[in-house]
Ligand binder design. Structure first.
Ligand SMILES: *Cc1c(COP(=O)(O)O)cnc(C)c1O
Ligand code: SF4
Length: 333
């Protein structure tokens, strides 16, 4: 039997609430709130990710990240559709130049998993994806702006794009003499490790640019042996591995969980990078933590972790020149 392609594995994902709950042996009634929430932002969970969830547990931290609930329908003060000002920073469809020396490309709206807290859940992707003609516009912009040294492929998830297309883009990017670094922001190695194909690692291996892959895992349970194996291949292709997480109430807001996450990341060759405070996107208020709780958590974490395993806790504030660090309060002397 032939191993299925990643596209075939992806196509087997759960997109139906009752099938997912049945698989997880959760015998709860499906509430209309969940159905309405999944109409706003559809349910999507790869099988291998679902397999890491505890059976029968509606409060499983992995399930909580992907399960549509009535909470998403509630409005909350300050929670808006574009909390980080992306649409305002968009220079041309799919191109964001917010920070010095780095541009972020929204390569596709597609993702393998739909995270309920996603700050781009309301992003008008249809008109914001880099299609062929837009891609030329992006290259022209880079030509005209030699101070840009790093291109970040984001989305959606840039690894939803075929190896062939990625290969073509990398070819063109590598020809820009000013470019030093290539970065990919992707959750696919975590939720669909089959995505790490030999073609993909081959692309990294031959790329002249210093390459960084920033994965997205929020809980140590997500980092299964097959995820570790996939990431090992990425690292072997000369790619630097970092992780970003989002601090989520009911998912990873306990010190022990975050310590275990950092330790597991390091064990599999990934350095913790950012721990993002939740972007205030409409529909995600139930994942938010009080400022005082965040402060406590930060204090507990720095006291437990080696300095190099402490993720940078940051918030994205529109119009700031970088992500904004969440400051640890010094004890008064
Ligand atoms: C987060 C982000 C970056 C990358 O910022 P780093 O601090 O370098 O990780 C770049 N562009 C945009 C638009 C971003 O949101
Ligand atoms: S993978 Fe990233 S972009 Fe896609 S839904 Fe999750 S948080 Fe959003």
């Amino acid at each position: 039997m032939q191993t299925p392609t990643w596209q075939q594995v992806l196509a087997q994902s759960f997109t139906n609430l009752s099938s997912l709950l049945e698989y997880l042996q959760i015998d709860a009634p499906i509430l209309t709130g969940s159905i309405q929430a999944s109409r706003q932002f559809t349910l999507r969970v790869p099988r291998e990710f679902a397999a890491l969830m505890h059976k029968g547990d509606l409060n499983d931290p992995l399930l909580r990240q992907v399960l549509p609930t009535h909470n998403e329908l509630l409005t909350a003060a300050g929670f808006i559709s574009d909390p980080v000002g992306d649409r305002q920073a968009e220079l041309s469809p799919g191109l964001l130049h917010k920070y010095h020396g780095r541009v972020l490309l929204i390569t596709t709206g597609a993702c393998a998993v739909h995270c309920r807290y996603c700050f781009r859940r309301h992003y008008p992707y249809a008109g914001s994806t880099a299609t062929a003609s837009q891609w030329q516009g992006i290259l022209d912009y880079l030509h005209a702006n030699p101070s840009i040294e790093e291109v970040i492929l984001s989305g959606g998830d840039p690894l939803m794009i075929s190896d062939k297309k990625l290969g073509e883009w990398l070819q063109q990017l590598q020809q820009l003499p000013q470019l030093k670094r290539l970065r990919l922001h992707t959750r696919l190695p975590v939720v669909l490790p089959q995505r790490i194909t030999r073609e993909l690692t081959g692309l990294f291996q031959t790329c002249r640019l210093n390459t960084v892959m920033v994965i997205h895992a929020n809980h140590p349970t997500e980092l299964s042996p097959s995820v570790a194996e996939a990431l090992h291949k990425v690292a072997a292709a000369g790619v630097n591995l970092l992780n970003q997480s989002v601090l989520l109430k009911g998912v990873n807001d306990q010190c022990d969980t975050l310590v275990a996450l950092s330790e597991r990341l390091f064990e599999i060759g990934v350095m913790p990078y950012y721990l993002h405070l939740l972007d205030r996107v409409a529909g995600a208020a139930h994942f938010d933590l009080k400022e005082s709780a965040i402060q406590n958590l930060q204090q507990q974490l720095v006291a437990k972790l080696p300095g190099y395993l402490m993720p940078r806790m940051v918030r994205e504030i529109a119009d700031e020149p970088s992500k904004t660090p969440f400051q640890l309060k010094f004890r008064s002397p």
